[in-house]
Write a protein that binds this ligand. Structure first.
Ligand code: ADP
Ligand code: MG
Length: 227
């Protein structure tokens, strides 16, 4: 079973008199274990596509199947549940809750999924150790560097063992060396079995992935696998 099948996704934004066609019919199939980079210039529709793939936003037309479920037809509650338990998100600006500690941030999606306290604390510790932040679990988000915040965000995205992790410009706020560390972490995640879709405008980051999907003006213009 494919992790994700997107068929003919169209997304239009209506701004007063102007219509923006952010996606013009995008089809994409992603299998378990893949590491896919979505590469394109700013404004090419990458974030729009990622938001649709993650069920954060809905397409104007087209269909989307995640793990065999048509999500365009799902009631909100079930969609929320599917997002929480099957998908992980990593954002350019981390989106951590500043008043919570690193560990509490990682626990949050597990709390929402009903995981008991002792279990989620233990798993949060394990995940923070996995991303190299075992020594920072008690720091608040505001007491961490950008690279550390992104590691916490990645640990949080992994909290409920998602079938698919989606990341939008995850190194966009980081310096080159810290960004390279984060990309090395993604590579390890994929080697350990996580299916990844990483959006970037940076050719050198896309070179990490085993499959590169290029976008221009709301369309996929190439889709190459290697290795
Ligand atoms: P990228 O992530 O590749 O930079 P986006 O998906 O953010 O591109 O944007 C694609 C196009 O859609 C751009 O022209 C952008 O201005 C437009 N767009 C994105 N989000 C919205 C929105 N909420 N309302 C109106 N237009 C939008
Ligand atoms: Mg974007």
């Amino acid at each position: 079973m494919s992790v994700l099948i997107a068929t003919d996704l169209v997304k239009r934004y209506q701004l007063e008199a102007q219509t923006v066609e952010a996606l013009r019919g995008v089809s994409l199939r992603i299998e378990a274990g893949e590491y896919v980079a979505i590469l394109g210039a700013s404004g090419s529709g990458k974030s729009t596509l990622l938001q649709l793939l993650g069920g954060i936003d809905t397409p104007t037309s087209g269909s989307l199947e995640i793990l065999g479920t048509r999500i365009d037809a799902l009631p909100d509650r079930e969609l929320t549940r599917l997002r929480l338990t099957k998908l992980g998100f990593v954002f350019q600006r981390f989106h951590l809750l500043p008043v919570l500690t690193a560990r509490e941030n990682v626990e949050l999606p597990m709390s929402e999924a009903g995981v008991k306290k002792a279990e989620r604390q233990a798993r949060a510790r394990e995940l923070l150790a996995y991303v190299g932040l075992g020594h920072r679990e008690g720091h608040r988000a505001t007491q961490l560097s950008g690279g550390e915040m992104q590691r916490v965000a990645i640990a949080r995205a992994l909290a409920n063992a998602p079938a698919l992790l989606l990341a939008d410009e995850p190194t966009g706020e980081l310096d080159a060396a810290t960004g390279a560390d984060i990309m090395a972490l993604f590579r390890r995640l994929n080697a350990d079995g996580t299916t990844l879709v990483v959006v970037t405008h940076d050719e050198s980051l896309a070179a990490e992935a085993r499959r590169v999907v290029r976008m221009r003006d709301g369309s996929i213009v190439s889709d190459e696998r290697r290795g």
